[in-house]
Design a protein around this ligand. Structure first.
Ligand code: NAD
Length: 314
């Protein structure tokens, strides 16, 4: 962390820690509660978002409104971004009036958006040219994890940048993993979610086949959950109602993790596959099936709702 001139403050647990001025851009479903946790830890948080209501929510929680990205960047010791996609991240960092043009040398940059690996690496090297250490730090854990401060962060960047970012990530998350150099946080996120998308389809197909064969869903669950078919999609997120009361299947597939978000991650995995020359045929098939599911009205359903699409009805 760069030396801060912001002094000390009493944080939420009553300790006096060195505090920083943190600029937070993108105060949506995830960024909003993440920024609030930084406020609760005693940091001064300046927020910027295109949506006025998102900024007001931060101000109500004790943060401050920044007039522009440029104002925020000039004032901050640390900048966190939580934006929809790579094009927003490139524009906010590299565009006119953006972060790289206005932040001080040495400002620590943390991008927690889920974006394409190539954009993450391009922005990181542009930041390095300005002597601003940067990590890509996408998350899993959803809005619940963002609110509770229990997110998992998958972090790409140098050892030094990771060490600087860690105290801030510790406030917003519970599990913080350094995945390697720039872009490797994004790489870890999309590889993991490609496994998840493919395995959810595999488990769903097995339940649909079992139905057709007259095999009870609970029986299949009891057998496969202790046999070689066992996987997270089966035993932590079972796509049919009954065997696992906590899974979204028991609440009409309310997310959870929306199918549209799964599709976004599967498309990012396919972009990365073509850019890197990797063969990911099952990832491609998963992306195609989730596209069909989303286009047929499933986009706001939990991603495990694909079982109904495979069954041929809602
Ligand atoms: P969101 O749409 O709720 O929030 C994005 C925010 O960015 C919005 O408030 C929007 O106004 C703001 N924004 C967009 N362009 C901007 C700009 N140019 N300047 C300032 N603000 C701008 O999205 P979210 O659910 O918070 O997701 C954010 C990121 O986190 C995405 O990359 C998403 O893939 C990832 N993610 C989301 C979840 C989840 O469960 N929602 C889980 C893991 C990762």
């Amino acid at each position: 962390m760069r030396p801060t001139d912001s002094g000390t403050r009493r944080n939420a647990s009553g300790r006096n820690d060195m505090t920083s001025t943190i600029g937070f851009i993108g105060l949506g479903n995830m960024g909003g509660p993440m920024a609030v946790n930084l406020v609760k830890a005693g940091h001064r948080v300046l927020g910027f978002d295109l949506a006025e209501t998102a900024v007001s929510a931060l101000v109500e929680a004790g943060g401050e409104k920044a007039g522009s990205v440029a104002d925020l960047a000039a004032a901050a010791d640390v900048i966190v971004t939580m934006l929809p996609a790579g094009k927003h991240v490139r524009q906010i960092y590299q565009g006119e009036g953006g972060i790289l043009e206005n932040a001080k040398t040495g400002t620590l940059l943390i991008d927690s958006s889920t974006i394409d690996v190539d954009s993450a690496r391009v922005v990181s090297s542009a930041a390095a040219e300005k002597d601003m250490p940067m990590v890509d730090a996408p998350v899993s854990g959803g809005v619940g994890g963002a609110t509770a401060g229990t997110l998992t962060f998958m972090v790409g960047g140098s050892e030094a940048a990771f060490a600087s970012a860690r105290p801030f990530l510790d406030i917003m998350g519970k599990t913080i993993v350094h995945a390697g150099g720039a872009g490797n946080g994004q790489a870890a996120k999309i590889c993991n979610n490609m496994i998840l998308g493919i395995s959810m389809i595999a488990v769903s197909e097995a339940f649909v086949l079992a139905e057709k064969l007259g095999l009870d869903a609970q029986k299949l669950y009891d057998i496969s959950s202790t046999a070689s078919g066992q996987c997270w999609s089966l035993t932590s997120y079972c796509p049919v109602p009954g065997p696992l009361p906590s899974s979204p299947a028991n609440r009409d597939y309310q997310p959870g993790f929306a199918a549209a978000m799964m599709l976004k991650d599967l498309k990012l995995a396919q972009e990365a596959s073509s850019s890197a020359g990797a063969a990911t045929p099952l990832g491609a098939e998963a992306a195609a099936l989730y596209t069909l599911f989303c286009n047929s009205g499933g986009d706001a359903k939990d991603f495990s709702g694909i079982v109904n699409f495979l069954r041929g009805h809602d």
